[in-house]
Design a protein around this ligand. Structure first.
Ligand SMILES: [Zn+2]
Length: 256
């Protein structure tokens, strides 16, 4: 999608939006979101002045894919390079074409062009693998990239307040959380909570990669299933939601 995607263009629905189901509450208690409510809560951020705006890609998904192609090329080239110094030089080359983020602009606010729901795994750094800098990606991360209530609420903020036009739910190769969900070893009570939604979506016969991809697709589907804010933004053509798989070995992100 192109065109208008700045923060002030993506407003919460004019009507009152009930997102009680997204919060897992049964009927009586719910959160009512509307533009004036978010302003009253001090959530809305002012658009940056024209002379201080950060990168403004016309198409957010294309920008992500181009950034990842640059990263993957440097990643595979570095893998075939002899010394650690040479490998680091190759990887640093991806920053040469990167947007120059203005620190004054970042001190004034943020207008990330994409939001990434992904794993907490230390090898899965969205800024690194999409060749982005500070201010460009809104990141929601926990092991297993599950769409928990807090994750969905965070993405509602990115979309409704910051005007982010693209959300990507991304799994990755060798995900430890999905491995734990598949395995039968006992976990701590809190880790059981973490893997419960992953287990619920497992299909018999799936290998690890298929389970990881299915988990990313499921988390993406949960965003509109459980959030009226995100569902309305998609219906209005102001938000695109995709799922993806990051292969650590090749450095490539594949859209699912
Ligand atoms: Zn993981």
């Amino acid at each position: 999608m192109g065109g208008s995607w700045w923060a002030h263009d993506v407003m919460l629905p004019r009507r009152q939006v009930l997102v009680g189901s997204a919060l897992g509450m049964a009927g009586a208690a719910f959160l009512m979101l509307r533009p004036e409510a978010s302003q009253a809560a001090g959530m809305r951020e002012k658009p940056l002045p024209d002379n201080l705006q950060v990168c403004t890609p016309k198409d957010a998904l294309t920008r992500l894919q181009e950034g990842n192609a640059r990263f993957a090329k440097a990643w595979t080239t570095a893998s075939a390079t002899g010394t650690p110094e040479q490998r680091m030089h190759q990887l640093n080359s991806i920053w040469e074409q990167n947007c120059q983020i203005d620190p004054i602009a970042l001190a004034m606010g943020q207008q990330p062009f994409a939001a990434i729901l992904c794993c907490a795994d230390s090898r899965v750094d969205p800024g690194w693998l999409f060749a982005c800098g500070s201010g460009e990606l809104f990141q929601v991360r926990s092991a297993g990239n599950t769409a928990f209530d807090e994750a969905i609420a965070s993405l509602e903020y990115a979309v409704a307040v910051l005007g982010t036009p693209l959300v990507v739910s991304m799994g990755h190769s060798g995900c430890g959380a999905v491995k734990a969900a598949i395995a039968t070893e006992p976990l701590t009570p809190l880790l059981e909570v973490l893997v419960k939604p992953i287990r619920a979506n497992l299909r018999s016969g799936d290998d690890l990669t298929q389970a990881i991809e299915g988990n990313a697709r499921y988390a993406a589907a949960q965003l509109t299933a459980r959030s009226a804010v995100l569902m309305d933004a998609v219906a209005a053509g102001k938000l695109t939601i995709r799922s993806a798989f990051f292969d650590i070995g090749s450095g490539k992100v594949s859209m699912l």
